[in-house]
Design a protein around this ligand. Structure first.
Ligand SMILES: *[C@@H]1O[C@H](CO)[C@@H](O)[C@H](O)[C@H]1NC(C)=O
Ligand SMILES: *[C@@H]1O[C@H](CO)[C@@H](O)[C@H](O)[C@H]1NC(C)=O
Ligand SMILES: [Zn+2]
Length: 543
């Protein structure tokens, strides 16, 4: 109404001045112009009250990916594929700005506070999952869109109960409460079910250790089987690659869909066996096609989160060989979604950003006291056929007689393609048989001259990428998110773009049980030791 008043006012002013002189001709003119104005107004109102444009949003999170990860990956691919120096990643084409990432409790955020900044458009403390700085549940953009009639989905390569997907679909005061997060995800909280599609790992938090119906690695601390509970409420369940293939890239999906493709994380792309686990691109395509089909007769589109989850884990491990493959797998998924958007006749936007950087990665390393060389060597990453995480397990599981020979022939020579290993390196791997992955990754990082400053996160700004299949929306994205922003402004963009009222959602979720009923806290700062063992990347509640 305010806009239509704005449309009228100048005309009214004109008419007032004309009629004051009372000229019959001008009265006639006035009547005519009023007629035009009212008929214009009529048209305007018909247009104004017509259905709002149908919209889809795909929100991407590259967990732990800072700008150096992209430099590393570009040079790696140029080297591997013999490409020219102007070859860039798909993602590079849509760079519009950068984001500052601090949380309410620290200059260095974790993924929980990082994702809550996007989902609730609010700064909260490290470890907060969809809760405000006082641990009160905050309504998320995904919940708000679900309430508005949008279809919703979460696609990840880590546990589906891990911080990033959790912050959109659950409310817990600590990220380690993954049993509770799983409950919220299947709709066991005041709002009821707010997700239509979940694809990722993390089955372990959906059943308990003595329950072997869906696997042997359950870790729930109660006796609930959330997979059966979900099925009873109408979810379809997919638990392995052959069942995933039957979804036929999304053309054969019955929503709601719960696809838990591993008990823990899906393996790094470098280690992934295509017969066992699908790629992130395949997961994303299943989600896109299923959500498109589900909304084809609706005037509302869908919200989909796609996370390159384990870029972060490669950063924590300081594993450059695994990281470049994670970034490439993400870039492939991003391109598939972008191509999808270009074919869609529904207004579709893609926003991609990171919650933070991990590892303090630098594409440089001084390896001797001499003045450093200005070079790094991507071939060292290409020669590595597996991640440090994978080879660490391979060494730990070796039960033969000649560990030294196994390490030299099998691990260093065959798996890592290294000929110039030192006696110290071999001895170090032998003496750390049960836990060698940092040593393996350092062997690779030294040879590629890749630098790392931490096994944790860093405070460096991360990039913002955006694309829309409609020009005016692309301009809006540039105007709003171009340049340097706080991470919460990205969440706020989603709020504004869909005209959401998050306070209203907060009111609906405020009584959510956000801590386990029986306290599973130990005496070490609220940490549950067993839970912690499931996520060695994020030990410590980091309040
Ligand atoms: C790489 O590309 C260059 C230029 O196109 C070509 O001369 C060279 O033979 C290629 N090398 C390999 C290993 O393919
Ligand atoms: C996949 O899961 C189904 C249902 O549990 C099972 O029948 C089938 O054997 C599994 N396939 C593989 C390859 O594990
Ligand atoms: Zn992390």
């Amino acid at each position: 109404m305010s806009e239509s008043q704005g449309l009228l006012r100048p005309q009214e002013g004109k008419n007032d001045r004309r009629t004051s002189r009372f000229n019959p001709r001008s009265v006639l003119l006035t009547a005519a112009s009023l007629l035009i104005v009212f008929s214009l107004l009529g048209c305007y109102q018909i247009f104004g009250t017509s259905k709002p444009t149908k919209k889809n949003i795909i929100f991407f999170v590259t967990d732990g990916m800072g700008p150096a990860s992209l430099s590393l990956t570009r040079s790696f691919r140029q080297y591997r594929d013999n490409l020219t120096i102007d070859d860039i990643l798909e993602l590079d084409k849509y760079l519009i700005g950068s984001s500052r990432t601090r949380s309410s409790s620290s200059l260095i955020t974790d993924s929980a506070a990082g994702a809550t900044a996007f989902s609730c458009a609010m700064k909260s403390y490290n470890s907060a999952i969809g809760v405000d700085p006082d641990s009160n549940p905050c309504g998320t953009v995904m919940e708000a869109l679900k309430l508005e009639g949008y279809a919703t989905g979460l696609v990840v390569t880590t546990r589906i109960t891990d911080a990033t997907p959790a912050a959109f679909s659950a409310h817990t005061s600590l990220r380690i409460y993954e049993d509770l997060i799983a409950q919220h995800q299947i709709g066991d909280y005041p709002l009821g079910r707010s997700v239509d599609l979940l694809i990722g790992g993390g089955r372990t938090h959906y059943y308990s250790p003595n329950d072997h119906k869906y696997g042997n690695k359950g870790s729930r601390q109660d006796d609930r089987n959330l997979i059966d509970e979900a099925k009873n409420q109408g979810w379809s369940y997919v638990g392995n690659r052959s069942e995933f293939d039957q979804l036929n890239l999304g053309s054969n999906v019955q929503l709601p869909l719960l696809a838990l493709l591993d008990d823990y994380d899906i393996p790094f792309d470098l280690d992934r066996d295509d017969e066992v686990h699908p790629s992130l691109e395949e997961e994303a395509l299943v989600a896109l096609n299923a959500l498109t089909e589900a909304t084809k007769d609706s005037d509302k589109g869908f919200f989909l989160l796609v996370e390159g989850s384990r870029i972060d884990h490669a950063g924590h491990n300081n594993d450059p060989a695994a990281q470049v493959r994670e970034v490439l797998a993400f870039d492939k998924a991003f391109k598939a979604v972008k191509d999808f958007a270009d074919k869609s006749d529904v207004e579709t936007i893609l926003i991609s950003t990171s919650d933070h950087e991990t590892g303090g990665l630098a594409t440089a390393r001084q390896i001797s006291p001499n003045y450093p060389d200005y070079i790094w060597y991507p071939e060292a990453l290409l020669n590595a056929k597996h991640s440090g995480e994978y080879l660490n397990k391979k060494i730990a599981n070796y039960d033969g007689k000649d560990l030294k020979n196994f390490i030299i022939e099998e691990i260093l020579t065959k798996d890592l393609g290294i000929k110039d290993f030192t006696d110290e390196e071999v001895e170090s791997l032998i003496s750390h048989k049960a836990n060698s992955h940092y040593i393996i990754n350092n062997i690779i990082s030294l040879r590629s001259q890749t630098g790392w400053s931490t096994h944790g996160h860093s405070a460096v700004d991360v990039n913002i990428y955006a694309y829309a299949n409609k020009r005016s929306t692309m301009i809006k994205l540039y105007e709003t998110l171009g340049g340097n922003h706080e991470n919460i402004e990205i969440g706020q963009f989603i709020v504004d773009y869909f005209n959401l009222d998050l306070d209203q959602v907060t009111e609906l979720v405020k009584d959510t049980q956000h801590e386990p009923k029986k306290s599973v806290k130990s005496d070490t700062q609220g940490l549950n030791i067993e839970e912690e063992a499931n996520d060695h990347y994020h030990t410590g509640a980091q309040i």
